[in-house]
Design a binder for this molecule. Structure first.
Ligand SMILES: Nc1ncnc2c1ncn2[C@@H]1O[C@H](COP(=O)(O)OP(=O)(O)OP(=O)(O)O)[C@@H](O)[C@H]1O
Length: 301
């Protein structure tokens, strides 16, 4: 479990993390989600003792990271895909990390197999594709078989297979009771991977919920397509400010239900090709949330 209590970090007059209180439970995959510069990496660095909080605390298993005696056995982290020495082979980098932290060369072989970089392990890490570099970083995080894992943007640069692989790996870790915290600025990834979503905007906690609870309070939208250009014009006029154009003949409607949209179209003489209610996805909920970062939204489980 990771506990952030009133965590604040300022750099000069810039507040990177602003009074964040949140618990990241074990046995779950939790995503820190937020736009670039929201404060996700800073939170991870504070948890890992790489930076000191201005105020508040970040605890892993009830202790500050800097108080842990054998931290890599308890907490694994992968913050930067290019953290390994570019001219050293991936294997050599992992062996050095293992030696320094008291892990066996056999464990290095195991993690290399597990992340599937056997074919490139002898090559300089600097020659790896971003996907391979991500796998190498994840291998480093796994070395100590830790109960808590932090991964900063772990699927950045991975192809669809790679994303599936990370998802399966994180699910397995959570299933084994580990605490898994990843960060992402891509809502689509998070929707696929995480059990819990912690949304951060300008350093502040905006939401902490399951993906389902996060979207539950959101109003559905209606997608409507006109049969022809003339109908599209009539329809656009009939729906006014409720409608937003999303395609050549297509509108997205907020604040009216499908029956009302259908009636308005009929009155206006517009012929429809399609009319459907869309349950709001995580993306819709997320966009609304970060659009107005000044509003504090607490979503409970
Ligand atoms: N060492 C530092 N010195 C000064 N400002 C910093 C430092 N580290 C981060 N910041 C600032 O703190 C804010 C949060 O940055 P952070 O990197 O944590 O965001 P992020 O959510 O991880 O974004 P990204 O997705 O771009 O990595 C930003 O405004 C950033 O410029």
């Amino acid at each position: 479990m990771i506990e952030l209590q009133d965590l604040t970090k300022r750099y000069g007059d810039r507040t990177a993390v602003d009074h964040v209180t949140v618990t990241v439970p074990s046995g779950r995959v939790t995503a820190l989600l937020g736009p670039n510069g929201a404060g996700k990496s800073t939170i991870m660095r504070l948890v890992l003792g790489l930076d000191r909080p201005t105020s508040g605390t970040a605890l892993v298993g009830g202790r500050r990271y800097t108080e842990l005696r054998n931290p890599l056995r308890l907490v694994g982290a992968h913050l930067d895909a290019r953290a390994f020495h570019p001219r050293r082979s991936g294997r050599a980098g992992l062996l050095a990390l293992a030696r320094y932290n008291g892990f066996s060369p056999a464990r290095v072989r195991e993690v290399i197999d597990e992340v599937g970089i056997g074919a490139v392990a002898g090559k300089p890490a600097g020659t790896y594709s971003l996907g391979m570099a991500q796998r190498l970083g994840i291998a480093g995080a796994m070395l100590g078989d830790p109960g808590t894992v932090l991964l900063d943007e772990p699927v950045n640069g991975l192809d669809a297979d790679g994303v599936r692989w990370v998802r399966a790996l994180l699910r397995r870790w959570a299933g084994e009771g580990r605490t898994v915290l990843l960060s992402s600025h891509l809502i689509g990834e998070v929707e696929l991977i995480a059990d819990r979503v912690v949304v951060i905007g300008r350093g502040r906690l905006l939401a902490d919920a399951t993906p389902a609870a996060f979207t539950a309070g959101q109003e559905a939208v209606v997608d409507v397509a006109a049969a022809d250009e003339h109908s599209f014009t009539l329809l656009t006029e009939a729906l006014g400010a409720h409608a937003e154009r999303t395609g050549a003949d297509r509108l997205r409607v907020r604040g009216l239900d499908a029956a009302t949209v259908g009636r308005r179209a009929q009155h206006a003489g517009a012929v429809l090709r399609e009319l459907r209610t869309d349950a709001p996805g995580l993306e819709e909920a997320y966009v609304r949330l970060v659009e107005d970062e000044t509003e504090y939204v607490a979503v409970t489980r």
